[in-house]
Design a protein around this ligand. Structure first.
Ligand code: NAP
Length: 311
């Protein structure tokens, strides 16, 4: 992970799915997903304080305990929301997170998004976070959804540590992060963690514009599934399906492999609702798209212009 000695699997597991928002609120179902991840060699787990208001952290901590996974065998990454970055609340929020996860230290604490509504001074929460690293309650600090200028400011306030990772929306349909953020991660030896790497399922090929999905979860408001946008994805999805046949893989695996080939700093964290999805997503690793096929997808993907003005 980043410039550290920590070894993380090439693909991690996103666990936002364990929440009302995504609909997986049954502990046994979540445990099965986590068990499969461990079984196939995934050791990097991404959760957040806000996912199910702590439910995801609770499920993850409980399952890892029940599955007797040695603490050092996994890297637990959680996130603190911008609203909790008031320096006093940083300690309170991390204490609660540690309790929910049932651990004595968080391997990676990511700043989920900047405190845009509250304007807590960057210097003050940087200091609080660094105290938690000094005391050993946090292993490393990462950022998510932070612009480069604010990352620079944050880093300037650390006295002995630095960030190790950057987490942003990045997938074949939504590539804004490649302009400034991915180059910044590469230049600074930081792990780049793309969230929604499958565009929330749109890139798996199971949903089609001809038969558009009727979601009851957060995806009912997701721009990529807005019909005007989703229709634009047909050529890309058909190409993913063709390549899936050619490589004896699935469209999801082609999609994730494209990300892995994009940059060695890239560690996608696809969310999964079933053990089969975990298995499939882990199968994105250990083989490589040819340069020509990587380029083919690259070009098709670049030609798609998603609009976020959906109402
Ligand atoms: N930092 C941030 O602000 C932020 C924001 C969003 C997400 N994240 C993190 O990133 C993770 C992943 O992002 P995401 O959950 O938004 O989107 P995603 O990983 O692109 O999509 C996940 C969804 O795709 C479907 N899916 C997954 N694997 C599949 C497979 N092999 N075959 C078919 N369908 C499959 C599943 O839904 P269905 O089966 O219902 O289709 C699953 O819930 C989250 O869990 C979370 O940890 C972070």
């Amino acid at each position: 992970m980043g410039w550290t000695d920590l070894k993380i699997s090439r693909v991690g597991l996103g666990t936002w799915q364990f929440s009302e928002t995504w609909g997986l609120v049954n502990y046994d179902a979540a445990r099965n997903v986590i068990a499969k991840a461990i079984e196939v060699g995934i050791n990097f787990f991404d959760t957040a304080m806000v996912y199910g208001k702590g439910l995801s952290e609770e499920f993850l901590g409980k399952a890892l305990k029940e599955l007797n996974v040695p603490r050092d065998d996994v890297v637990i990454a959680t996130k603190i929301p911008g609203e909790f970055l008031n320096p006093d609340d940083v300690f309170r929020a991390v204490d609660k997170s540690l309790k929910r996860l049932g651990v004595s230290s968080i391997d990676l604490l990511q700043l989920h998004w900047p405190p845009c509504w509250h304007n807590y001074p960057t210097a003050s929460y940087a200091r609080a976070l660094e105290r938690l690293v000094a005391i050993g309650k946090i292993g490393f600090i990462g950022v998510s959804n932070y612009p480069v200028a604010l990352i620079e400011e944050l880093r300037s306030y650390f006295s002995f540590t630095d960030i190790v990772s950057m987490q942003y929306r990045f997938n074949l349909l939504e590539r804004w992060a490649e302009v400034e953020l991915i180059p910044y991660a590469e230049a600074n030896d930081l792990t780049f963690i793309p969230w929604s790497p499958l565009a929330k399922g749109a890139l798996t090929g199971k949903y089609t514009p001809e038969n558009p999905p009727q979601f009851t979860d957060l995806r009912s408001g997701e721009a990529v599934f807005y019909l005007e946008n989703f229709k634009k994805t047909s050529d890309l999805i058909n190409a993913l399906k063709k390549l899936a046949d050619k490589y004896s893989k699935t469209p999801a695996q082609i999609t994730l492999n494209w990300l892995l080939k994009y940059s060695p700093t890239m560690v996608p964290i696809p969310g999964a609702k079933t053990p089969d999805q975990v298995l499939e997503n882990a199968g994105a690793v250990g083989w490589e798209l040819s340069y020509e096929d990587w380029r083919l997808i690259d070009e098709l993907s670049k030609s798609i212009k998603i609009t976020y003005v959906t109402w």
